[in-house]
Design a protein around this ligand. Structure first.
Ligand SMILES: [Zn+2]
Length: 319
């Protein structure tokens, strides 16, 4: 059975699968900046974060590849001729090199720490433009080409699945999901939702479920919104979608371009919110911006017990 096959079998058995927590904000918390994702400058630090998440109990590691795309570099220039005229010489190939290195670091962490335990590597891919601004999204033609290129690199580097995350529109989700299937990788699609449980385009979870179901996603999740917004969105999603579901919220405040850490959601309170997500049918749990290995360890400890009581005939957690 493939590594992802083992994860999928656990979802089919209605078991909880644990994602990791934040990578980007964890880099900040460990006193680094976000330049070039630090995968080449500080590989030990990035690998160390992955290793800490495995030790905390994560079953799925997400790569440190937030908005890492050729588009993110090229988009600063008038066109490709202008990029070649004034840009750094490696800008056209830098995304590819960083994506490859990021997947390798996650795999190395797995090889070092996860002896005897199945841990899958999810290539993290997000919107090409700002996550909270669907109005800025490039054309579907650009999206399709960029996603194909990113996911092809991730597949060749050894990712087990794609986690298409913080997606803000049904259209971008469809294109990304199709691209993942074209490169032969299973794909989880995770949407960012607002306080009404809708996408930032105003589309509903029913719209999203209706559009994605024919494309056969492995799971639909919600992420990068405050815990209470994720709860609202998950309630909507559960009404519309019968397949595997998941949730991982952010904690703290967005302080562009970085992140403000707050103490509103220490691990025990985050666990309390995650229990609601399990009650609403989520089986893939983890953390987005601001969460730490301690948050994942709290989920593993608290939700594993919930899992065990369900299997032994306790209160069923499926809606
Ligand atoms: Zn986030």
């Amino acid at each position: 059975m493939s590594t992802y096959g083992a994860i999928r079998a656990r979802l089919d058995a209605d078991e909880i699968v644990m994602l990791d927590g934040a990578i980007g904000t964890e880099i900040l918390r460990r006193d680094l900046s976000w330049a070039d994702h630090q995968v080449l400058a500080y590989p030990d630090k990035i690998r160390g974060i992955h290793e800490d998440y495995i030790r905390a109990g994560a079953d799925v590691l997400t790569t440190n590849t937030f908005q890492l795309a050729r588009w993110s570099f090229e988009n600063h220039f008038r066109d490709r001729v202008h990029l070649r005229h004034i840009g750094a010489p490696d800008l056209e190939t830098r995304a590819d090199a960083l994506l490859t290195a990021a997947v390798r670091l996650a795999r190395e962490a797995r090889d070092r720490v996860a002896t005897g335990r199945e841990v899958a590597i999810a290539g993290a891919v997000t919107t090409l433009e700002w996550c909270f601004r669907p109005d800025l999204a490039p054309s579907q033609e650009v999206m399709r080409a960029e996603y194909r290129e990113i996911m092809d690199t991730m597949a060749r580097a050894g990712a087990d699945l794609i986690l298409l995350e913080t997606v803000n529109s049904v259209a971008e989700a469809r294109v990304g999901l199709e691209a993942a299937h074209e490169v032969g990788l299973p794909c989880w699609v995770s949407f960012v939702c607002d306080e009404r449980g809708r996408l930032f385009t105003g589309e509903t979870m029913a719209d999203a479920a209706r559009a994605l179901t024919p494309l056969d996603p492995e799971a639909i999740l919600l992420n990068c919104a405050p815990p209470s917004d994720v709860t609202v969105g998950l309630r909507e999603l559960a009404r519309a979608y019968d397949g595997p579901k998941g949730a991982y919220a952010h904690i703290g405040r967005f302080d562009p371009p970085e992140w403000m850490f707050t103490d509103e959601f220490p691990p025990d309170l985050y666990l309390a919110e995650a229990r609601r997500w399990v009650e609403l049918g989520a089986r893939i749990l983890g953390g987005c911006c601001g969460t730490t290995p301690d948050h994942i360890a709290a989920l593993v400890g608290g939700l594993r017990r919930a899992n065990a009581s369900t299997r032994s005939g306790g209160t069923p957690t499926r809606c």
